[in-house]
Design a protein around this ligand. Structure first.
Ligand code: SF4
Ligand code: SF4
Length: 423
């Protein structure tokens, strides 16, 4: 049932039902980043399931300690991959966070700012564009660097995450239809995202070029919008459902065979849109594909150029755990002449970005990130590739802090470079 329309009783009943799938085996514990950092059972998947089941059964009060654990969890879903019993922890987490919000267990200015940004800024393209115009101007005039020492700690940390904002001309929306090149193999839609459309427009343009080079006509519906993932993860199923409905309608009108997404977090959320809004999203959810999965299944046209580099691929949680896509990006990268794919020791561990977790839980986020950075530092690649905007920002900030020489890019940028400039 649509979580936005569920009563509290129905949500807790669903949480209880899902919690009964857990057989307490503990196989998920070593994969959980918060358990790995704290060693506390309560901060493990099994501990959280026990806690939520206790609330659902009325044995434990829904109070601050439950709220704290619900939000200390990164929502990375590594526990789902490890679980032999099929526990759907991600959905339990979303339901429990919605209840934490109903009970108003989170407060303070940061919570109010988060709520305002998610409801009044992120879903509104014009307002976002204005904000990014302002940020681009501030960066161009280097005012951010001048003001940095005077900023409060939280804002300094936010500044470290912010990528260079492209000038306005490079943030223009892409054409509504990009024709296929060569033999036409199909017609697909592209989700351009909300924040990603402003900060990572170059990744969208690279995706369009690579899809066109592979014979796909690409439709970029003008009336598409934010996928609603941040809202669903932040306990706001109403806004998440509203946003999902907008995209179902926009891509429905576009009449495409697949909806291609280059952001793992958005893709995972869109694939589950039917869990939010029911059968009206079934056809939509079934068409959603990560760009790597889509191209790998379609059969990649061999790139003509070379890209000489040692590359470490890092799995975004919402691609490997949320969508079960691990091999496709690696398969594509292996087809780039000159590129050497290097392993590292923590590819499927969370990077600590987790939506806005790196802003709300800075210390835990950094501790989780540092584990990954140590693994990447040991591999010492030329390039780190990962397919999610939040992970790109987090890994770039971390790589700078660890003084790694590697560039951090989206895998589609490497493919695009290997195809060479458009004729
Ligand atoms: S979602 Fe991630 S952080 Fe949360 S309990 Fe599962 S493994 Fe741990
Ligand atoms: S692996 Fe699954 S069944 Fe085992 S403790 Fe974790 S959630 Fe429960």
């Amino acid at each position: 049932m649509d979580p936005a329309r569920q009563s509290s009783t129905e949500r807790w009943r669903e949480i209880l039902e899902r919690s009964l799938d857990c057989v307490h085996c503990g196989l998920c514990l070593p994969t959980c980043p918060t358990y790995r950092e704290t060693g506390r059972e309560i901060s493990s998947p099994r501990g959280r399931i026990y806690l939520l089941r206790g609330v659902a059964e009325g044995r434990i009060p829904l109070a601050a300690a439950v709220a704290e654990e619900a939000y200390l969890c990164l929502g990375c879903r590594a526990c789902e991959t490890a679980c032999p019993s099929g526990v759907r922890f991600g959905s339990m987490l979303e339901l429990s966070r919605a209840e934490v919000e109903v009970a108003q267990l989170r407060s303070g200015w940061a919570r109010r700012l988060e709520g305002w940004a998610l409801r009044s800024l992120v879903p509104h393209r014009r307002r976002l564009r204005l904000l990014f115009d302002l940020l681009a101007a501030v960066q161009r005039l280097r005012l951010d660097r001048l003001a940095r020492p005077l900023l409060p700690r939280r804002l300094r940390e936010l500044h470290a995450l912010l990528p260079p904002i492209p000038p306005k001309r490079d943030r223009r929306p892409p054409p509504e239809i990009v024709p296929a090149r060569g033999e036409r193999r199909g017609r697909v839609g592209l989700l351009t995202g909300c924040i990603a459309a402003e900060a990572f427009g170059h990744v969208n343009r690279a995706t369009l070029r690579v899809l066109a080079r592979n014979g796909f006509e690409v439709v970029v519906p003008r009336d598409q919008g934010c996928c609603g993932a941040l809202h669903a993860h932040g306990g706001d199923p109403e806004t998440a459902s509203e946003l999902a409905r907008r995209n179902v309608a926009a891509f429905g009108r576009a009449d495409v065979e697949a909806i291609v997404v280059n952001s793992a977090g958005c893709g995972a959320a869109m694939r589950e849109a039917n869990a939010w809004i029911g059968s009206e999203a079934e056809a939509f959810a079934a068409k959603v594909r990560d760009v790597s999965e889509f191209l790998d299944a379609a059969g990649l046209q061999p790139p003509g150029g070379r890209f000489e580099a040692r590359v470490c691929y890092d799995d975004p949680c919402h691609l490997v755990h949320g969508q079960g896509v691990a091999e496709a990006p690696r398969n594509l990268l292996r087809q780039i002449p000159g590129l050497k794919l290097e392993p590292h020791d923590d590819p499927a561990g969370c990077c600590g970005a987790a939506g806005i977790y790196n802003l709300t839980h800075r210390e835990m986020s950094n501790a989780v990130l540092d584990r990954k950075l140590r693994a990447l530092a040991a591999a010492d690649p030329d390039v780190i590739a990962t397919g999610n905007p939040g992970c790109l920002m987090q890994l770039r900030a971390g790589a700078a802090r660890f003084k790694l020489r590697a560039r951090v890019v989206h895998p589609i940028e490497l493919l695009d470079a290997a195809y060479g400039p458009d004729a």
